[in-house]
Write a protein that binds this ligand. Structure first.
Ligand code: NAP
Length: 520
């Protein structure tokens, strides 16, 4: 049986013991084993700090950006075999796998493009400098410098490519070596990407490490200059938060966790209108893409009570057009869940929701005797505020329609019952409703997607995370923040205030004048 490898301390290594079987969720066949028993996490971290950190810090921001560009191209060149791995090991349709892989290479390329505009040095100035006393001689300037630790990236199983590359792009551009730990169930694609990265030679020695399998004692070896960016469930996030690495030793932790992402339909949206059709199309996609195993997938749809019957009918029909099955079969647009544990958890979740709602389409039954197939499921609540709709994320193709009175305040109250989310959407052509709802929702949401007829053909849908905009959310969503252009680098850098004689401080640490201003 093929055993996946880890790349630690500059060497490909294989763990001892049996390892975890990685399966094809369409057939149940075992594809490979992943395990990292007996591999030294401490030595890997030390190598990254001692070798990778100094090498990256010796590069300018633009040079690091050029490395990201080379990585993007190297991964893109292997797109077809990577898609095959997503189909086999994650139950992805080809479209789902492309979404993951193109998200990965697109984010690397976006950060490479951003870096091309940055100064030829290794740190960033933070805003303009300023006089600190009555004399302009005493000057202050904030700077961002790379931390001297390792960026440890612990990822969820659902985006083996994108999750790894979006975190890596920010850390490497900041000048910090990475140790990537993918979610084990879908590690086949992540391990292939790790080989591509190492083989590309784009990064200096020590800048990239890859731990394939269980985390083991990884966190025990982290210190005050290290950063962990974690993506996964709230339950695992609790374990991380309580760990001494963060609670006592001062390592930095960023958490991206669960989210019951909500859609709000405005009272102006009429059945058959362009905005209604957009709402139906977008919601069906955000429920079924990647079989709903997307952190940004739509879970709750707040709809004015009068519109609920028509929206239920239209959404049910749209979702019914999505053929479910083995992604290798013709016409299939939704594959299986990733493994039997996920299937069981989603079935239990649907049963819980169905205890308080009418099942409009789908249900908890497994669709096939073999494999991890469940129907895309739409429910309609009578009591929109019932806790079951807001308390627990069902990580599959499942959404509930929640009737409300059409006011921004009620919509916000319902959305807030989810205790903080990654993204919420508003569908309305009434500008005043959209703005009022956005302001109510903003404290509970990392991102807001305001959809209307006028941008229907131009938007990506709420489920697509863009490198220019921040990703993360308050409360249940973890309280973390990633991406957002240069904002994403700050997790891996120290902001330091530098005070002193103006010509020294401004000359060495101030933002260099743009090329056009110095050109003549
Ligand atoms: P998970 O079970 O929490 O695992 C996430 C990662 O943590 C995996 O790499 C896992 O490794 C590792 N892990 C688990 N227990 C650990 C421990 N005690 N110490 C160190 N590492 C540990 O989540 P998942 O099932 O992979 O992913 C699904 C969840 O992720 C969903 O709740 C989803 O909403 C969330 N998610 C959030 C975002 C976001 O951006 N907010 C994005 C994607 C997914 P193993 O796989 O080896 O166990």
């Amino acid at each position: 049986m093929h055993r996946l490898q880890s790349y630690l301390a500059g060497q490909w290594q294989t763990g001892q013991g049996d390892g975890t079987p990685l399966i094809d969720p369409s057939s149940g066949a075992t594809l490979a084993l992943a395990g990292a028993l007996g591999l030294s996490r401490a030595a890997a971290l030390e190598h990254a700090r001692r070798v990778g950190g100094p090498a990256l810090r010796a590069m300018t921001l633009r040079q690091r950006g050029a490395a990201l560009k080379a990585l993007s191209a190297a991964i893109h060149a292997q797109r077809e075999p990577l898609i095959d791995l997503g189909v086999a090991n994650a139950g992805n349709t080809r479209g789902d796998a492309k979404f993951d892989i193109d998200g990965a290479t697109g984010t690397l390329a976006a950060y490479a493009a951003l870096a091309a505009e940055l100064p030829e040095r290794g740190f960033l100035s933070d805003g303009p400098g300023q006089a600190l006393g009555r004399s302009p001689r005493f000057w202050g300037q904030h700077v961002w410098v790379p931390r001297h630790g390792v960026a440890v990236h612990v990822n969820a199983f659902n985006f083996p490519a994108w999750g790894l590359c979006e975190k890596m792009a920010c850390a490497l551009l900041a000048g910090v070596p990475v140790l990537e730990k993918p979610g084990t169930p879908t590690a086949l694609m992540a391990e292939r990407i790790a080989h591509i990265i190492v083989d590309s030679g784009a990064l200096p020695p020590g800048a990239f490490s890859f731990l394939c399998g269980e985390a083991g004692d990884l966190l025990d070896h982290l210190g005050p200059q290290d950063t962990v960016a974690f993506t996964g469930s709230s339950a695992t996030a609790h374990v991380f938060r309580a760990h001494a690495a963060f609670a006592r030793r001062g390592a930095r932790l960023n958490v991206e966790a669960d989210s019951l992402n909500a859609v709000v339909a405005g009272p102006d949206v009429a059945s058959g209108s362009a905005t209604f059709d957009l709402l139906v199309r977008d919601t069906a996609r955000e429920v079924t893409q990647k079989a709903g195993q997307k952190c940004t997938a739509t879970r709750r749809v707040c709809v004015p009570a009068a519109l609920l019957p028509e929206l239920a009918e239209a959404l049910s029909a749209e979702i019914g057009n999505v053929k479910v099955g083995d992604p290798r079969e013709d016409g299939v647009r939704m594959g299986p869940l990733t493994n039997p544990a996920q299937l069981q958890s989603v079935q239990e979740g649907i049963r819980r929701l169905a205890g308080a709602a009418r099942v409009v389409r789908g249900g908890p039954e497994a669709l096939r005797p073999r494999g991890c197939f469940v129907a895309a499921t739409l429910l309609a609540a009578a009591d929109a505020a019932a806790p079951v709709f807001h308390a627990e994320e069902v990580f599959g193709p499942v959404a509930t329609l929640l009737p409300f009175d059409g006011s921004p305040a009620t919509a916000a109250r319902l959305v807030a019952l989810g205790e903080g989310g990654l993204v919420a959407s508003v569908y309305s052509d009434d500008k005043d409703f959209s703005i009022a709802t956005a302001l109510e929702l903003a404290p509970w949401s990392g991102r807001l997607y305001l959809a209307s007829e006028r941008m229907a053909e131009h938007g990506t849908g709420a489920g697509t995370v863009l490198p220019q905009m921040v990703h993360g959310g308050p409360g249940r969503a973890g309280g973390g923040e990633e991406l957002g252009g240069l904002r994403g680098l700050s997790l891996y850098m120290q902001r330091t205030a530098i005070q002193g004689f103006k010509s020294v401080v401004e000359g060495a640490f101030g933002a260099p004048a743009p090329a056009s201003a110095t050109a003549g």
